[in-house]
Write a protein that binds this ligand. Structure first.
Ligand code: ADP
Length: 327
């Protein structure tokens, strides 16, 4: 009798189930691979846009002169003076001047406030001070030398700035304060305490090692608006630069936290030159010099009492406009 070589002889039910399962897993694997390849194609598109951006040649002249080391930690005296000489500025590819014929000098160790209506050029002025843009006309001098001639990175080391739209990153608190991976733990903690973050720091499970946000660490904390602003302030304090520039430093703080910061301010700023941009005129009273900006010009400057004495001045107009809200 002929031998039965049929299908049922070579494949038992168990084997068929096993092969079907394997084929189904292979199908799943291939599907997953297709998804990964598709994601890859999309992300490579983003990445190439980023590389194109990073490859844009830097047209800014970066300068070569080293900045004289005069900060306290080097045994120096913070004796840096910045002067704006007839500076005018319009943004690239625009026709309208945003700053016009600004001439002023920042004396070392003094506190300056910049006030004015929205769009009057306050932030642009700070951007020029930080060399994010160069003046269209006129010159900015550091200790008598055009700031464009200083090595760019060295010039940046003398200004610590907190812009309104500062950013915190999904790294540790310490790395956020130090703005780098290497940091001095004691100075980080001291900077946080100085800006009123000490009590919050004590509650943190890992102290300055605590991660911000939960993008990479499930135990990361979500700072509130006020806490984020304090961390950004601590970053400026940590930098220990002779110029500290704060664009709306307390906008996200509640009145008590704001009062706490202002009380500590003399200590925070120490011998540095401080420039505040503030919408709340009441918080500028303690400054040595208030600069009133209007339509890109400095229309008034003086102390609070000098400016309120000029009844028809812009400062009084702004002051009265704000007083309504406080009544
Ligand atoms: P302030 O800080 O006093 O509110 P800004 O310095 O931000 O004023 O803005 C001054 C003027 O410059 C505004 O008219 C604003 O629209 C314009 N401006 C600000 N940034 C840019 C930019 N990147 N490009 C073109 N115009 C800008």
């Amino acid at each position: 009798m002929a031998k039965n070589c049929g299908f049922s002889d070579s494949l038992g039910v168990g084997s068929i189930v096993q092969y079907v399962a394997v084929l189904s897993r292979l199908g799943d694997g291939l599907q997953e691979l297709a998804f990964v390849l598709a994601d890859n194609a999309v992300y490579c598109g983003y990445l190439s846009a980023m590389f194109d951006y990073l490859d844009i040649p830097n047209k800014k002249y970066e300068g070569t002169i080293p900045v004289e080391k005069r900060s306290f930690c080097d045994g120096g005296d913070y004796d840096y003076e910045i002067e704006f000489c007839n500076v005018s500025f319009k943004y690239p590819e625009t026709e309208q001047y945003v700053l016009k014929n600004i001439s002023l000098k920042f004396q070392v160790g003094k506190r300056f406030a910049i006030v004015g209506m929205n769009g009057s050029g306050k932030t642009t002025f700070v951007k020029l001070l930080c060399r994010l843009y160069d003046p269209s006309e006129g010159v900015i001098l550091l200790n008598g030398i055009d700031i464009r001639k200083y090595a760019y990175q060295e010039y940046l080391s003398i200004v610590a700035v907190v812009f309104q739209d500062f950013k915190l990153f999904s790294f540790s608190l310490a790395q956020n304060v130090a703005a780098g991976t290497a940091y001095d733990a004691e100075r980080v903690a001291a900077s946080l305490k100085q800006v009123g973050f000490g009590a919050r720091l004590m509650q943190m499970p890992n102290g300055i090692e605590t991660s911000l946000y939960q993008d990479f660490e499930s135990g990361g904390i979500e700072p509130s608006g006020g806490e984020a602003q304090k961390i950004a302030l601590a970053r400026a304090v940590y930098k220990n630069a002779p110029f500290i520039i704060l664009d709306e430093p307390t906008a996200a703080l509640d009145p008590l936290a704001e009062a706490e910061i202002y009380e500590a301010f003399q200590e925070i700023v120490g011998g540095r030159t401080a420039v505040y941009i503030s919408h709340r005129l009441s918080s500028c009273k303690f400054c040595d010099q208030i600069l009133v900006f209007h339509e890109g010009k400095v229309v008034q400057q003086g102390t609070h009492s000098e400016l309120v004495a000029q009844a028809d001045g812009k400062y009084v107009e702004l002051w009265n406009a704000q007083a309504q809200y406080y009544v």
